[in-house]
Design a protein around this ligand. Structure first.
Ligand code: AMP
Ligand code: MG
Length: 341
């Protein structure tokens, strides 16, 4: 199959919507990362998403809509959902709610809850509207690879596997949506993203964070969100995260980098303000703050692969605000190899 990469304009969005209606797959930009979409109510099309990604069958998809009225047929809404939708939709927040009959089990991997999001990206919204159906879409990477934040990333992973990718330029947020479960009495963040636990608590009065967000699951432990048990976001290189004071962290990273055997190719991930500390060593600048780091992290990990890097040494971010989302992705990319210095 030849994959068409088209600039996202009125004409290509109409073509993409026709593909979705016919049960096909389309790569498209959202404000978080690129998604791989299909008609959420067409079980065969949904199964094709799993096949194209190589995604484990037990990892459910997110269903994308453009307005509240489209949510009601899909799931049982509640007061928390209405408040969060008022505050954060359209935007990078996915809500887990009890599903209704119409949602095929292929979308939810057999769970009795469904993940719903209303994206703000104009291309994503136009595509959903013109398709006339909710669109099931996980991130558009091959399973286990960093999520795509450029159409070119998606071409790298999906060329030959899907008929079309809409190019809408770089994604704004750069990490996947916040996933919050609203099936209990209190909102519970299963995956941190651009809508932070602090922002959710400000609306609902309370918000918990699943502790599996910042630690690996124990042997045999059930994942509150199935996606969290799978290896994720990983570059080919071995990666380590260093936590501590900026001075101690940079000194340790420099020592480790300089001790690498000649056969290894090292890369240091650092904040803009620290880049100069590393002199001529190979660095990737993650930007001035944690919002920039969220925007840049996946591209940096993909570039590391493209450059043949074998060892990534990374600075850390405070686990608050969007820093929690950055650290969640980096800790997983590092296989939870976190070193305190
Ligand atoms: P992706 O957008 O590819 O990163 O995948 C969607 C994420 O949402 C995965 O981490 C899933 O595990 C999570 N998710 C989707 N549906 C549910 C659900 N019903 N309950 C818990 N987590 C879910
Ligand atoms: Mg994903």
């Amino acid at each position: 199959m030849k994959t068409q990469l088209l600039p996202a304009d009125e004409h290509s969005i109409a073509q993409a919507a026709a593909l979705i209606r016919a049960g096909g797959l389309v790569g498209f930009p959202t404000e978080t990362v690129y998604g791989l979409g299909a008609d959420a109510l067409n079980p065969r099309a949904v199964l094709d998403i799993f096949a194209a990604k190589g995604r484990p069958a037990d990892n459910p998809l997110i269903v994308h809509i453009t307005q509240w009225a489209e949510l009601e047929p899909l799931c049982q809404a509640n007061e928390m959902a209405r408040k969060l939708a008022d505050a954060f939709w359209p935007g990078p927040l996915t809500m887990i709610l009890p599903k209704k009959e119409i949602v095929p089990p292929e979308v939810t991997a057999g769970l009795d809850s469904v993940a719903i999001r209303m994206p703000s990206h104009p291309v994503a919204r136009a595509l959903i509207r013109e398709s006339g159906c909710p669109i099931a879409a996980p991130s558009g990477n091959r399973s286990g690879r960093p999520s795509p934040t450029l159409a070119a990333h998606m071409m790298d992973d999906m060329a030959g596997r899907i008929p079309m990718i809409l190019d809408g330029g770089p994604c704004d947020v750069g990490v996947e949506s916040t996933v919050v479960s609203l099936t209990g009495d209190t909102a519970l963040v299963l995956r941190p993203g651009g809508v932070t636990p602090e922002m959710i608590a400000a609306v609902l009065g309370e918000c918990q964070v699943a502790d599996s967000v910042m630690r690996p699951l124990k042997e045999g432990e059930a994942a509150p969100s199935p996606g969290m048990k799978h290896k994720h976001y990983a570059p080919k290189a071995r990666m380590t995260l260093y936590e501590g004071s900026p001075e101690a962290v940079s000194a340790r990273i420099i020592a480790e980098y300089d001790a690498l055997p000649a056969a290894e190719k090292g890369l240091i991930l650092a904040a803009s303000g620290h880049i100069a500390l590393y002199g001529q060593r190979n660095t990737a600048d993650l930007g001035p703050d944690e919002w920039a780091a969220a925007h840049n992290i996946f591209a940096a990990l993909r570039q590391a692969d493209a450059d043949g890097v074998t060892r990534v040494l990374s600075e850390s971010y405070p686990e608050s605000g969007v820093g929690l989302a950055v650290m969640n992705r980096m800790a997983r990319a590092a296989g939870f190899d976190l070193v305190q210095v």
